[in-house]
Write a protein that binds this ligand. Structure first.
Ligand code: ZN
Length: 792
């Protein structure tokens, strides 16, 4: 009996919840003031408008609730890209609040001994499960955080039976406003222009990383992501609640998810319908249900790419759902509140079976036993060899895997696996681990699903090895080598010799190092292969080299190497056409390469020209250079008149005449370049919903230095060129039927062998059809940008 009691107190909770380690920012909550004059009241992209809770009011509101309740913990877990606080509220009954410290130490039990955990649950129904609710990841979808605030208020303060029962069974974690920048600015994206709900594989933004930390600390059983606005996807169906249509990502243990997610969705629907009388709008009064993609459609709303928050959460064992409220008004808030209440009740009623299946997912991983996968779908391990001179990409990948709760070990000796010899220090990702599915979805090559479904909602391929540029070799056999667990790679670089120093054109970090030294006034030269030479003493470069992570040595500067100038880059800014900043990925890529980058709007280019810049980059929608739009929200981001369009053209022409360099990246920019009369080539594009990884033949010099034949490229709304005259063709889609490696692109044979990077013969205009800076994800292709900028 004694033992049981101890388990109720400590192990009970330890198996099911984990309490976050106090983050650097934990402690007294910092209330950061928002300049309320800059805070937007509405978005022109929303068809309704209401008095939603402004971000500036949320901190105070939480403080006020905190004072009145002993069930609530309010924290600031980091800051957004514009510096606003990321509020996290944890609500649990006061008895649990006191036990958080002990629980924390034992949280990993669920992964270490899943069978024991399942047994324990079967015999001890008195436990609490963590449920996480994410507020308004898209800034214009205001109702999410408003519903979250109402729920926080209820669970912190109310004492009705329903509230008490839910708190007896659950711990509620609210990520109150996942995108403060977006709520303040009334934009979908964060301050860097990134759609955070596309960032969960890349994790380039602080808001995304904060959420990943919460997920890996809690491993919530249920994850609800609040969005808007979806109305009338079926007759009298209001709003949308996942689960999704096919295709499903094959790395999930989907049978376990499916078993509960569908029932939970219907429970949310029932809760909404049961409160129908409380709604004001006619569409709500007449609703017959909610659109549940899996029930109500065959395709079109899939959960294939885990770039979305709930899909990513599924890889941590959560029953993840996107909830799309119907309208941006008080009814919309009510719908969201009801949906979440439905999920909480369902989870309370079924927690024992649901948590048993969550643990089952981890058990399958640990035991390397996947009953619904073909033999060999999951390799035995991935082997990540390290390039001694430039380990930066592999090290970034290893730190990324570790951050995502994926186990990585390092070989203590050299060894052979899959017929290949590997050195001591090679990283190994063993696939008999709790989160094997997540490891696989990050490290696999992906698959061509063009024939599986008519079209996909978003991207269909994201392979980290191929798109970040590191080796990760799957092996089916057992790997026999003494190894040790890796906790973090610190990745410091080092200089040897007296100089001049060779910086290979081998990674983003390498180019960033060359740019850093250039900006510090060091003489940097570049040879035909794109390698850099720093003409300096060791002590003049050592700090920058150390920070870069590269191992730099002395080399002779080739006779053909040319002295570089620090380049000032202007990028055409998309302020938010159709709720996206289409230039944001390329902007971040250029910054990470170490360039001095300035965003210029189309109106600014028209009114002020491009003097003072060396390079003008256009990487965004062709709508940027249009003068009219039928969508009110777009108006402020485009040109205001034909006179402005004429001025923009003229200013770009004189920029080119004065020796400026023009670079177009992707479909929209290529089309715009054709419209501006800057290319005599014909731009060809495939559909917006086509994307994936392609095999590309690069010339390997100049614009495509350090890239080769049968190398990788990434396309999104794929683009290629019918070349006129004697333009330089620096890269073409591989001329084979099987050039499309992974993703979704129906009828792709039209692009086989076609040019994808070309440079005009008579002006300094380069067109890149590949997505060289896509959403800050395609690191491997970023050097196509630096090559183009540095090549004369
Ligand atoms: Zn959304």
């Amino acid at each position: 009996m004694k033992k049981t009691k101890w388990m109720t107190g400590v192990l009970a909770a330890s198996l099911l919840v984990s309490i976050p380690t106090p983050a650097a920012l934990a402690g007294p909550v910092k209330w950061v003031n928002v300049n309320v004059n800059e805070e937007q009241d509405e978005s022109l992209f929303n068809s309704e408008n209401y008095d939603f809770m402004k971000f500036s009011q949320i901190g105070e509101k939480l403080e006020e609730i905190d004072k009145k309740s002993n069930r609530i913990k309010v924290e600031v877990r980091g800051t957004s890209s514009e510096g606003y606080p990321l509020y996290v509220v944890t609500i649990a009954d006061p008895k649990s609040q006191g036990k958080f410290g002990k629980i924390q130490a034992l949280r990993k039990q669920m992964f270490k001994n899943p069978e024991k955990a399942q047994d324990w649950i079967a015999n001890n129904p008195d436990f609490k499960v963590p449920i996480m609710i994410n507020g308004s990841i898209h800034g214009t979808e205001f109702v999410g955080s408003d519903a979250v605030i109402q729920l926080i208020e209820r669970f912190a303060l109310e004492n009705d039976e329903e509230t008490k029962e839910i708190l007896e069974n659950n711990i509620l974690i609210f990520n109150v406003v996942q995108n403060p920048d977006g709520r303040v600015d009334a934009t979908r994206f964060n301050g860097e222009g990134i759609d955070l709900n596309r960032d969960f594989i890349t994790q380039s933004q602080p808001e995304t990383r904060e959420t990943v930390e919460l997920l890996t600390e809690w491993n919530p059983m249920v994850f609800l992501d609040t969005h808007g606005y979806v109305s009338g996807y079926g007759p009298n169906l209001e709003g949308l609640i996942e689960p999704c249509t096919p295709p499903h990502n094959p790395n999930y243990e989907y049978d376990l998810y499916q078993k509960w997610a569908y029932g939970q969705a219907e429970a949310m629907e029932s809760e909404i319908l049961a409160d129908k009388v409380s709604y004001d709008g006619n569409q709500y009064k007449e609703m017959k249900g909610v659109y549940i993609p899996q029930r109500d459609d065959a395709d079109g709303w899939d959960d294939y790419p885990p770039i979305f928050t709930p899909m990513y959460a599924m890889y941590h064992g959560a029953y993840g759902h996107t909830l799309e409220s119907p309208t941006n008004d008080e009814d919309g808030v009510r719908w969201m509140y009801n949906a979440i209440m439905g999920a909480l009740k369902y989870a309370t009623d079924n927690k024992q079976e649901m948590i048993t299946d969550q643990i089952e997912m981890f058990k399958r991983g640990i035991q390397f036993d996947h009953p619904y996968h073909d033999e060999g779908h999951f390799p035995n391990a991935y082997i990540l060899p390290v390039d001694e001179k430039d380990p930066t990409v592999t090290e970034k990948a290893v730190n990324h895997l570790l951050f995502n709760d994926i186990e990585v070990v390092q070989a203590a000796k050299s060894f052979t696996a899959g017929g290949k010899q590997y050195e001591k220090g090679t990283y190994i990702v063993p696939m008999n681990q709790a989160k094997a599915g997540l490891a696989n979805t990050m490290l696999w090559d992906g698959e061509d699903i063009s024939n599986d479904t008519p079209s996909m909602y978003d991207i269909s391929a994201w392979s980290l090895p191929e798109l970040w540029g590191f080796e990760a070799n799957p092996v089916q056999e057992e790997v026999n080598v003494v190894s040790s667990k890796v906790n973090k790679v610190d990745g410091q670089g080092a200089v040897s010799g007296k100089g001049p120093f060779l910086i290979p054109n081998s990674s983003v970090k390498a180019v960033e190092l060359a740019n850093t030294l250039l900006n510090e006034g060091v003489t940097v030269l570049r040879d035909a292969e794109g390698n850099f030479y720093a003409n300096a003493k060791a002590n003049e470069v050592s700090a920058a080299v150390k920070a870069s992570g590269l191992e730099i040595g002395t080399a002779k500067v080739p006779a053909d190497a040319e002295v570089l100038q620090s380049m000032k880059v202007a990028i055409l800014k998309d302020g938010g056409i159709n709720k996206a900043q289409s230039h944001a990925g390329t902007k971040l890529a250029l910054k990470r390469l170490g360039f001095d980058v300035t965003e210029v709007t189309p109106v600014e280019v028209a009114e002020q020209g491009l003097s003072g810049f060396d390079v003008f980059v256009y990487s965004g929608t062709e709508t940027l250079i249009t003068t009219s739009t039928n969508r009110a929200g777009n108006k402020e981001f485009i040109l205001q008149s034909q006179a402005q369009l004429d001025a923009l053209k003229q200013n770009i022409d004189s920029f080119l005449a004065d020796g400026g360099k023009y670079l177009a990246v992707g479909a929209g920019a290529s089309i715009a370049t054709e419209k501006l009369g800057l290319t005599d080539n014909t731009v060809k594009t495939a559909g917006y919903n086509s994307n994936g990884i392609v095999k590309v033949d690069y010339s390997g010099e100049g614009l495509t230095a350090a890239y080769g034949q049968d190398d990788f490229g990434f396309v999104y709304r794929p683009t290629w060129y019918e070349v006129a005259g004697n333009d330089e063709v620096a890269a073409s889609i591989d001329d084979s039927e099987n050039f499309f490696l992974a993703g979704h692109w129906a009828n792709n044979n039209i692009a086989q062998g076609q040019p994808v990077i070309v440079k005009e013969e008579d002006k300094d205009v380069t067109l890149i059809g590949l997505e060289a800076g896509f959403r800050d994800h395609t690191d491997y292709l970023f050097r196509l940008l630096s090559n183009s900028i540095f090549t004369k």
